[in-house]
Design a protein around this ligand. Sequence first.
Ligand SMILES: Cc1ncc(COP(=O)(O)O)c(C=O)c1O
Length: 487
Amino acid sequence: MLPYKTLLRIDKSSRQAVYLQIAGQFIGLIQDGLIQPGTYLPGSRVLAELLDLHRKTVIAAYDELQAQDWITAIPRKGMMVSENLPEIKPRSYNNGLHAYAEGPQFPIYEAPTLPVLRSNQPSKLVINDGFPDARLAPLDEWARECRSIIQRPAYHKYLAFGPAEGNMRLRKEMLKYLADTRGLNIREENVMITRGAQMSIYLAAAMIIQKGDHIIVGSPNYFYADLAFEQLGAHIIRVPVDEDGIDTDMVEQLCRTKKIKMLYIISHHHHPTTVTLSAERRMKLLEIIRKHKLAVIEDDYDFDFHYSAAPIVPLASADHGGNVIYVGSFTKSLGLSLRIGFMIAPEKFIRKTAALRRLMDLGGDNLVEEALAGMLENGTITRHLKKANKLYWERRDLAGELLIRHLPDEVSFRLPQGGMAIWLQFAKHLKLPVVADKAAELGLSMTYGYHYAYKSKPHNGMRFGFASLNNRELVSVVQLLAKAVKS
Ligand SMILES: Cc1ncc(COP(=O)(O)O)c(C=O)c1O
């Protein structure tokens, strides 16, 4: 018998399981010719004693070798090294090579991407794009709801696939919620739950756009919508956005002179500029939509956050002939990682979109969606939104005051009616990327701002996300920003 005790080296401190270490080393010995085909390996009891291991560990190693065809079990004789060794010999388990250190060796498609999002120095203090304060998320209520679901006799139902259109109870709860908040009168067949608003935007666009189709978006526009439309092959026409939203006269003119397949609008707190589409322009858009049978994606990702002014009802709630695909989100209400968004559309559109969705995502998280339904039903979401709105309103006002106090000549902005960010324009003599680099040196992470101008007119602006910063953090952030600007 070979001196297995010295040939096989077991490292109990290694993260690799011991049975895999043994299997890997046997493979190495066979590959090196030290153990020839037809040789019998020691019995599991003998080897276990020799290596001071539990017998089950050796049996697991032999099972692994057998599964890979390196050895064959011969009745009443033991484990024999196979006469026909595997043709594709796997690398030794323990040769230190990273399995994906190289490759792939075939061409791959590249999705459209953005220029740098943020200066690359991670800091404790961050000015983000307009995210909620995760510290406020109603986690106890969330945990209670999940617990109550798994205590139901039929809890296993929620651990199985739900429909691709989304959890039925949530879709039903959405009807009341959308009617109360947006005056939207629909049925559950009109609702599809998706992973965040982003998935709804992509799916809806994929159902409408064919390569080369002309579509209209605002200028500037929400960059991830732009990229989605680009990846679908759309020919994008950009229409300016001013303080009342997208220029509807220009939209109308384009519809009169060109075949326009789709319009993408962000009706409340436009991204990035934060403006809200005025009531007058909404009326005008409705006219255009009906007249030209224009497909519209109305992205209302931020509807639930309003401060000084009441929200205007979405286009989707008015008479649009079924041409408005309405997109919304709960990611900002709960926490960005709880990816629940929704699409509201004619029943036929939802059914066909669900078929497309199934190809990439068989269905959403049934349990998570059921829990959200419970929180809508018992009023948790409404209470949380009320509390968050009050706090974010105060933070918006404080952010505005601090920016005026510390950077009176260096930045300009209008306080948004809602949402989680202020659209901050830097004076001409200041270059945002230079400010961002300076800020990073001072411990403040912020954007270079390039992506806000993606394929639009260059500008020297950024979104100043105030909602996730408490009062103390807001003071520190604005002081650091002022220091970076003035140094
Ligand atoms: C305008 C706009 N639409 C859609 C989204 C995506 O939202 P969600 O996180 O629900 O996918 C965002 C994200 O911030 C956004 O700014």
